[in-house]
Design a binder for this molecule. Structure first.
Ligand code: SAM
Length: 276
């Protein structure tokens, strides 16, 4: 008998993956959590029925939410990842030698524990001495923080449950206050095909606080529609003004100098979402 996991990415469309084994399931105080081993993409973290990360394609998303901002910032020392309990974004942040402290602010401790046990390739960096783990609501943490972080990366679930507030204008305004004078925010802002209104609202919300706001994209194979967006808010530095020689050659599988610039070159149907 064959077992398949299907994620309905819209009420009328989805993806399906043949499963080798269900490794773990749990009902946490915040969501339904599962770790399944799939034939095509390897081990997969699923929250409330939605793919969060897979061994085979996680590098794209984790590299692309982290490196454009950490490269654009002149000297990122203290970085916060809001959400991100699988540890993948923290792993990429630590590839930048200037980073002294990487703070993970994850509301659900079970996600961290399950990722450390079943996805060590992704969560292993959480053991690094430069990492601080705060198990708390990212909304509250950012509200209580001022002039603290050089870069803040919002690696949240889709805007459901505890994550709804992570897409709000007030949250972005509080992030502005939590950032240092040349701070940079990057938020994952969903699919340019299926979530166009969310992208427009997030971009407008970030633009309300930040003088420089840029949308960029990457191909995340297991995310809804396969094309994914990120929105950057920057207090001082435009990511496209980074000199080519200042883009470090990092140990990456997707991000590189050309991709740093290319990601911001938007297809017309995406560009018209945010450029009047
Ligand atoms: N890369 C994935 C994506 O783009 O959908 C997200 C991965 S990560 C597992 C998302 C994490 O955000 C989850 O572990 C979830 O518990 C966490 N999260 C949701 N709302 C949160 C909040 N208000 N504060 C902190 N973490 C939150």
């Amino acid at each position: 008998m064959e077992l398949w996991y299907t994620e309905k990415q819209t009420p009328n469309y989805g993806i399906t993956a043949k499963i080798k084994e269900t490794l773990y399931t749990a009902t946490t105080p915040f969501q339904e959590l599962a770790v399944i081993d799939t034939v095509e993409f390897g081990r997969m973290l699923v929250l409330d029925g939605m793919v969060q990360t897979t061994i085979r394609d996680e590098f794209v998303y984790h590299e692309m939410i982290a490196h454009p901002a950490l490269t654009a910032h002149p000297n990122p020392k203290k970085v916060a990842v809001i959400g991100g309990g699988d540890g993948g974004v923290i792993r990429e942040v630590l590839k930048h030698p200037s980073v002294e402290t990487a703070v993970l602010v994850e509301i659900d401790e079970e996600v961290i524990r399950a990722s450390q046990k079943y996805l060590p390739e992704i969560a292993g960096a959480l053991q690094d001495p430069r990492v601080e783990i705060l198990v708390t609501d990212g909304i509250q943490h950012i509200r209580d923080t001022k002039d603290e972080y050089d870069v803040i990366l919002v690696d949240s679930t889709e805007p459901v449950g505890a994550a709804v507030g992570l897409f709000s204008e007030s949250f972005y305004a509080n992030i502005y206050e939590a950032l240092t004078a040349d701070g940079i925010l990057v938020a994952q802002t969903e699919s340019p095909l299926f979530n166009q209104q969310l992208i427009q609202a997030s971009f407008a919300g970030i633009q309300k606080s930040f003088p420089i706001t840029r949308l960029y994209v990457a191909t995340v194979f297991t995310y809804p529609s396969g094309l994914w967006s990120f929105t950057m808010g920057s207090k001082k530095v435009c990511p496209l003004e980074v000199e080519r020689e200042d883009i470090p050659a990092l140990d990456t599988k997707y991000y590189n100098r050309a991709v740093h610039y290319g990601a911001f070159q938007l297809p017309n149907f995406v560009k018209e979402l945010v450029v009047p």
